[in-house]
Design a protein around this ligand. Structure first.
Ligand code: WT7
Length: 635
C-alpha cells in the first residue's frame, strides 16, 4: 500500500483565491470565532433569529440539568415551517427545491411549492392513519423524493421519524422498529442499484414479522416488481395520496424548541445501536448556520450532497439545512458507476452542480477508473467541494482537487458525527487549508486534544478529541436510555460539559486538528459506521458459531474492511461453504456493508484475564506485524 495519511508535520498550505475570499459569506473566520467566544448565548441567539419562530425563546442555553442541556428554552418552532412553509410565501415558491434523477435515467424536479404540497398531502395521510405528535414513524427507502417528503411530513405534524438506511437488512431493521416502537412504517417496493432491484418490501415483511408492533405499512411504488401486500396492513402510497383525506393543505404543528424531531440509530461499543435523538429548535439553527457558512450557499447555486438521506449527512445536509436556506439540491438514486464510471460527472455537467459534498471512500472508488471519465465531462460549474466520514488520504485529496476541482475549488473537510448534528471541525471557503486536516472548530465550538486525565497533550502528539462546551445541534439523549447518554458521552472526565467524541486526533502548531480515527470499538467501512460488537453478535446468532471477534483492517478503497475470527461450536466442521454461509447470514441480518472481507476459524481468541478480546493482537497478526506486549494475555 502507498501513503496512507497526511503527515501533519510536513503539510503544505492551500490558500483560497482572492475571489473566493471576497465572495465568501464568512470572510473572516477569526472574527466570527472571537464573537462566539465573547458571548456564546448572544452568538447563537443571533443565528437563531434567521429562522421563523412562533414564539421567541426566553433563554438561549439552560445548563441547570447538565448534560441534559436545553437550547432556546420556551421557543416555539417547527423545522418544516422553516424548510417549506415560509418559502412558499416568497418568490422561492417557484424555485427548484429538488432536482432528482433515478438510476434508470428518469427525472423529477420539485419546486418549493410542489414539495410543500406533496408534504402537506402526506402529512394528512399520516394523520388519518392516527399518527400524532410524538409518535414514531420508521422510514425505510432508497434515495427517492418520497423519502424527503415522508421525513418532512412527520416533522410537520410533530411525529418523530426514524429513518433506517436502505442498505440495512431484516434484523437491523427489526431492532430499530422495536426500539422506536413505530406503529407506522413507510417504505418502497424496491430501489434501483447497479441496474438491479433491491427488494426493500421483502425485507420489510420479514422485519415486521420479527417486530409486530407495526400496524400500517405504506409502500411507494418505485421499481414496480411484484410484491406481497398484506390486506389491512399494507397500502400503496399513490392510492393514499389520491384519496380526499390527502388534502394539499395541512396545519403545521407548533412544536417546542426541545421537542424531538428524529431518532437516528448509530453504532456504538455494544451490540445494541444507539437511538440518537435530535430536536426541532437547536438542530434547525445549527444545521442551517453551519451549511450557510461552510458551503456558502447562494441562491444561484446547485448543491449536491451525494450521501444518503438515511444517514445523518443526509438528514442534516440533504433534507433539512438546504431547504431551510432555500437552496436547490440534486439527489441521485443509484450507484456512482452505473451504467458507466462517469455517471456522477455527467450529473455535474447536466445540472451545472456548483457544490459537491461526498466521502473519501466514494472519491477513491471513482479515482480507480482513471482521469478520462471526469475529463470527458464539463465540470467547470463546480466552485466548492466537500468531504466527510473518515480522514481523507493524500492521493484522494490531490485527485479530488486536481481532476475534479481543477485546482480552483477549496475542499471543505468537515469533521462531525451523528451525535453532533452538524459540522464541528471544518474550514470555510475563506480559510487557508492544510490537506488532510479538518482545520479548526466552527465558531461556538470548543475542542481540545487531551490525555486520559484530561490534560492537553503536547502539540503534534496523539490524544483524545473532546468537545468542551455544548452546542445547539448536539444530541439530547439516547432514545429510551438516558443513562447510556450520560455514561457514553459525558462521564469520562470529571469536567462539566466535556463531550467524548471517541476519536483520536492531533493538534499542530497552528491549532489545526488532524483526525486519526476512532479509539473505541467502532469501525468505519466505506465511511459507514459499524460496531464490532454488532457484527460479532450477528455472527454468533448463526447456529454454528460459538464466539467471534471482529477487527478493522486498512483497505485502499473502503478505508477499512472487516476481518472476523470465529470459534465454531463443537462438532461443526470447518469449510469454505460455511464461510460463505456466514457472510450470507450477515448480509441478511445486518446488511451488505457489514459483511466481513475475510472469515477465519480459530480455536481460541486472544483475551485479557478479565475476558476482554485483545483486538490489537488480532490486528497485528492479520497484518503480519509484531504482536506487542502480550503479557496480559490469558489464552
Ligand atoms: C465518525 C462519525 C458525520 C457524518 C458522517 C459520519 C469519522 C467523520 C470525518 C472527517 C475524519 C471523520 C470520525 C467520527 N469522521 N468526518 N472529516 N475526517 N474522520 O457520521 O457515522 O456518526 O461517524 O466519522 O471518526 O467520529 P458517523
Amino acid at each position: 500500500m502507498t501513503e496512507q495519511t497526511f503527515n501533519s508535520a510536513t503539510s503544505e498550505w492551500y490558500y483560497p483565491s482572492d475571489d473566493v475570499v471576497k465572495h465568501a459569506r464568512v470572510p473572516d473566520y477569526e472574527a466570527m470565532y472571537a464573537e462566539a467566544e465573547r458571548d456564546l448565548e448572544a452568538f447563537w441567539g443571533k443565528m437563531a433569529s434567521n429562522l421563523d419562530w412562533y414564539a421567541p425563546w426566553q433563554k438561549v442555553l439552560d445548563q441547570s440539568q447538565a448534560p441534559f442541556y436545553k437550547w432556546f428554552v420556551g421557543g416555539k418552532i417547527n423545522i418544516a415551517a422553516n424548510a417549506l412553509d415560509r418559502h412558499v410565501k416568497t418568490w422561492r415558491k417557484n424555485k427548484l427545491a429538488l432536482i432528482w434523477e433515478g438510476e434508470p435515467g428518469d427525472k423529477v424536479t420539485l419546486s418549493y411549492w410542489r414539495l410543500w404540497k406533496e408534504t402537506n398531502k402526506f402529512a394528512n395521510v399520516l394523520r388519518s392513519m392516527g399518527v400524532r405528535k410524538g409518535d414514531r414513524v420508521t422510514i425505510y427507502m432508497g434515495r427517492i423524493p418520497e423519502i424527503m417528503i415522508a421525513m418532512l411530513a412527520c416533522a410537520k405534524i410533530g411525529a418523530v421519524h426514524s429513518v433506517v438506511y436502505g442498505g440495512f437488512s431484516e434484523q437491523a431493521l427489526a431492532d430499530r422498529i422495536e426500539d422506536a416502537q413505530s406503529k407506522v412504517l413507510v417504505t418502497a417496493d424496491g430501489a434501483w442499484l447497479r441496474g438491479n432491484i433491491v427488494r426493500l418490501k421483502d425485507t420489510v415483511d420479514e422485519a415486521v414479522r420479527r417486530s409486530p408492533v407495526v400496524e400500517t405499512v405504506i409502500v411507494v411504488k418505485r421499481t414496480g416488481h411484484d410484491v406481497t401486500m398484506e390486506q389491512g396492513r399494507d397500502y400503496w402510497y399513490h392510492d393514499l395520496m389520491g384519496l380526499p383525506i390527502a388534502s394539499p393543505n395541512c396545519e403545521t404543528e407548533v412544536m417546542d424548541a426541545e421537542d424531538p424531531l428524529f431518532i437516528l440509530y448509530t453504532s456504538g461499543t455494544t451490540g445494541k445501536p444507539k437511538g440518537v435523538l435530535h430536536t426541532h429548535g437547536g438542530y434547525s439553527v445549527y444545521t442551517s448556520t453551519t451549511l450557510s457558512c461552510v458551503f456558502d450557499i447562494k441562491d444561484e447555486d446547485r448543491y449536491w450532497c451525494a450521501a444518503d438521506p438515511g444517514w445523518i449527512t443526509g438528514h442534516s445536509y440533504i433534507v433539512y439545512a438546504p431547504l431551510i436556506l432555500g437552496a436547490t439540491s440534486v439527489l441521485y438514486e443509484g450507484a456512482p458507476n452505473h451504467p458507466y464510471p462517469d455517471r456522477w460527472w455527467r450529473i455535474v455537467e447536466d445540472y451545472g452542480v456548483s457544490i459537491l459534498y461526498t466521502a473519501p471512500t466514494a472519491i477513491r472508488g471513482l479515482m480507480r477508473f482513471g482521469d478520462n471519465w471526469p475529463n470527458r465531462r464539463d465540470l467547470s460549474s463546480l466552485r466548492l467541494l466537500g468531504t466527510v466520514g473518515e480522514p481523507i488520504n493524500p492521493e484522494a485529496w490531490r485527485w479530488y482537487n486536481k481532476v475534479i476541482g481543477k485546482e480552483t475549488c477549496p475542499i471543505m473537510d468537515t469533521w462531525w458525527q451523528t451525535e453532533t448534528g452538524g459540522f464541528m471541525i471544518t474550514p470555510m471557503p475563506s480559510v487557508p487549508l492544510k490537506p488532510g486536516s479538518a482545520t479548526r472548530p466552527f465558531p461556538g465550538i470548543k475542542v481540545d486534544v487531551v490525555d486520559e486525565h484530561g490534560n492537553p497533550v503536547p502539540t503534534g502528539e496523539d490524544g483524545v478529541l473532546v468537545i468542551q462546551q455544548p452546542w445547539p445541534g448536539m444530541l439530547r439523549t439516547v432514545y429510551g436510555d438516558p443513562d447510556r447518554y450520560v455514561s457514553q458521552y459525558w462521564s469520562t472526565y470529571d469536567k462539566q460539559g466535556w463531550y467524548l467524541t471517541g476519536d483520536t486526533a492531533r493538534k499542530d502548531e497552528d491549532g489545526y486538528i488532524w483526525i486519526i480515527g476512532r479509539n473505541d470499538d467502532v469501525i468505519k467501512v466505506s465511511g459507514y459506521r459499524l460496531g464490532t460488537a454488532e457484527v460479532e453478535s450477528g455472527l454468533v446468532s448463526h447456529p454454528t458459531v460459538a464466539e467471534s471477534a471482529v477487527i478493522a483492517i486498512p483497505d485502499e478503497v473502503r478505508g477499512n474492511v472487516i476481518y472476523a475470527y470465529c470459534i465454531l461450536r463443537t462438532g461443526v466442521e470447518r469449510s469454505e461453504e460455511l464461510k460463505d454461509a456466514l457472510k450470507d447470514h450477515i448480509r441478511h441480518e445486518i446488511g451488505p456493508i457489514a459483511v466481513p472481507a475475510k472469515i477465519e476459524f480459530v480455536d481460541a481468541l486472544p483475551k485479557t484475564r478479565s475476558g476482554k478480546i485483545m483486538r490489537r493482537v488480532l490486528r497485528a497478526r492479520a497484518q503480519g506485524l509484531p504482536e506487542g506486549d502480550t503479557s496480559t494475555l490469558e489464552e
